[in-house]
Design a binder for this molecule. Sequence first.
Ligand SMILES: Cc1cc2nc3c(=O)[nH]c(=O)nc-3n(C[C@H](O)[C@H](O)[C@H](O)COP(=O)(O)O)c2cc1C
Length: 231
Amino acid sequence: MLDDGSGSEVDAAITSRRSLRAFLPTPVPRATVEHLLDVAARAPSGTNMQPWRGHVMAGGRLLRFCDAVEAAFLAGEPEQRDYRYYPETFFEPYLSRRREVGWGLYSLLGIGRGDTDKMRIQHARNFRFFGAPIGVIFTIDRRLEIGSWLDYGMFLQNVMVAARGIGLDTCPQAAFAGVPNTVRAALALPFQDVVVCGMAIGHADPDAVENTLRTTRVPAREFMSFTGFED
Ligand SMILES: Cc1cc2nc3c(=O)[nH]c(=O)nc-3n(C[C@H](O)[C@H](O)[C@H](O)COP(=O)(O)O)c2cc1C
């Protein structure tokens, strides 16, 4: 908090970030994306290992990649997995939080509970990066450990916050981690490269109903304990 009780510009960049799921086709220059990634790479990492790696796509290359991954998904290829993002069985309080965001998005889109065909089509939109002009696939060397994944998360958040700083929007996408073999084939990557996630980068479509979704957060006083302040 600043002295006058307001938030800083950094707070504003962090709190204005949302996952956007419909983008305008407005191009984003390579220099802009490179700048974002250079800034993001200032993230700390254990012994400065900088475990992040990735592939930034635009234009025809992006379209061809999307065509390949979307087609493989819609053809019903079995789910593949390099790593497990979610627990096998959800439990509270995570189950309720997951349901809240899932039903929130689906109800905006008019997708009813149990309408698995429509849910699948919505999921497939991930593989077109929701129409964004820039699609990124992030990878990590399979030999690295959980510590490097912590570092990776800091880097990814930096990309998204730096994007807000210059008026761009993003959506992080674990959907790509559900089809790593397809992604590796489309990018001619070795098995050594684990697909961490994808990310759509661009300008959000302000008229898209899915972009009106606002997610909630538990306040710090509920997820942390504070002690010693009254001593
Ligand atoms: C690593 C990561 C992967 C995600 N993968 C997806 C995804 O594949 N598709 C999607 O629509 N949203 C995805 N999300 C977005 C989350 O649903 C979203 O962050 C969460 O609901 C909170 O909403 P907010 O980002 O708008 O604050 C992902 C988020 C993270 C951090």
